[in-house]
Ligand binder design. Structure first.
Ligand code: AMP
Length: 382
């Protein structure tokens, strides 16, 4: 297969910040980009050469997109499968519609992991109050109920502590299908970015250790504070997931790490991932450049970690009154911190507005600096 070389136009389905950072990587390497926004607000549009601003179920929008793009990729997974299949009938799409469809639906994702023998939390599929009652009977509590489709950042999730009435829980949960997962008493959460190229070779990154705030990623600490065995097991599992999906592109695999080092896969993201943003400043090749290389059939880049780093997510609650940004002077006074903003005008709730990569001599020291900046900004925002 011939590589798609600089000068060509690469299409991105989805116009969020992941698409925006992909466009920057593509531009830097001399590619053109077209972003299909799905009709949603699109931080990527400002960086794209062309924009198709129509919904994902519009055949006119699809025709406009495939008329410009020579190859396509995705920047989020909640795109209807039929849209992906429609694109793939006209131009190459990486990752495939099948791979994205597996990752966009928790039931399919879990069944895939089970079939491939990749360890994950015990689960039951639930489609009624009676099924929920039976699942609670099987798995016990605590347990976590998760919608099968369209869940992210803890949305569409409810933890069951025991003693709840399954009828009431199911009624309030308001989903057709869900997955009940045994609660995992994890020691830490890890993730691995892995890229798989046109020739089936894979390159994985050092695992990130992820901490959440209100169910949203807060900081990623790299290297994760785990031993070499756990790190290499996580990288190996991530590569196995990519191979089992016959994947081409960049993939994020999230893990629960239990006491003793055992790893369970939590989620798979068929795209760049928030916990891979440190690669922009702290790795030889960013996750976005790797996505471009894989999608265009180029050789993959080195994933070498150049420096310990902590990625701090900049969420909307650091903004005052939704529009007043934090005082960045403190970040700029720190000579080894690198600010990335996504160009979003308003910061409602805990919207992802940007991130800060804090580089340093070791991860602990980076974490201290990142936490200090975060606390000051949160306090100033009230
Ligand atoms: P998810 O959207 O599935 O990634 O879940 C969001 C967060 O909820 C995870 O990062 C964990 O912190 C927590 N969580 C999800 N599932 C479980 C589980 N089965 N056991 C313990 N914590 C969980």
């Amino acid at each position: 297969m011939k590589a798609i070389l600089p000068g060509a136009t690469v299409g991105i389905i989805g116009g969020g910040q992941l698409g925006r950072m992909f466009c920057m990587a593509a531009r830097r390497m001399g590619y053109r980009t077209v972003v299909w926004t799905g009709g949603l607000e699109a931080p990527a549009a400002a960086l794209a050469d062309e924009v198709v601003d129509g919904p994902f179920d519009s055949s006119d929008a699809r025709d406009a997109f495939v008329g410009v793009a020579e190859v396509a990729t995705v920047e989020f997974e909640n795109i209807p499968r039929s849209t992906l299949v429609g694109v793939a009938e006209r131009i190459p799409l990486h990752p495939s519609a099948d791979a994205v469809a597996t990752c966009q639906h928790r039931e399919r994702e879990k069944r895939f992991l089970e079939k491939e023998g990749i360890p994950c939390a015990e689960f039951r599929v639930v489609d009624s109050a009676a099924a929920l009652a039976a699942a609670i009977g099987d798995l016990g509590t605590p347990a976590v109920l998760k919608t099968a489709a369209f869940g992210y950042d803890g949305k569409g999730q409810r933890k069951l502590e025991g003693g709840e009435d399954p009828e009431a829980v199911w009624r309030e949960f308001d989903a057709d299908r869900a997955v009940l997962e045994a609660f995992v008493p994890f020691e830490r959460e890890l993730s691995v970015m892995v890229v798989r190229g046109a020739d089936g070779s894979t390159v994985s990154y050092d695992p990130a250790e992820n901490r959440h705030r209100h169910h949203i990623l807060d900081v990623s600490i790299v290297p994760a504070r785990v031993g070499p065995e756990v790190a290499s097991k996580a990288r190996g599992l991530a590569a196995s997931v990519a191979e089992a999906l016959d994947y081409r592109g960049i993939l994020g695999v999230e893990f629960f790490q239990l006491e003793g080092g055992r790893l369970l896969v939590n989620e798979i993201a068929p795209r760049p991932h928030n916990s891979g943003h440190h690669t922009l400043d702290a790795c030889a090749t960013s996750q976005f450049e790797q996505q471009l290389r894989a999608v265009c059939g180029l050789g993959l880049g080195s994933s070498r970690l150049l420096s310990p780093v902590v990625m701090l997510n900049l969420l909307g609650d650091m903004w005052r009154g939704e529009t007043a940004a934090p005082d960045w002077a403190a970040a700029f006074a720190d000579r080894s911190s690198y600010l990335h903003l996504y160009g979003k005008e308003r910061a409602p709730g805990r919207r992802k507005m940007g991130h800060l990569n804090v580089l340093g001599g070791d991860a602990e020291e980076c974490l201290e600096r990142a936490e200090r900046l975060k606390q000051a900004w949160l306090e100033a925002a009230g």
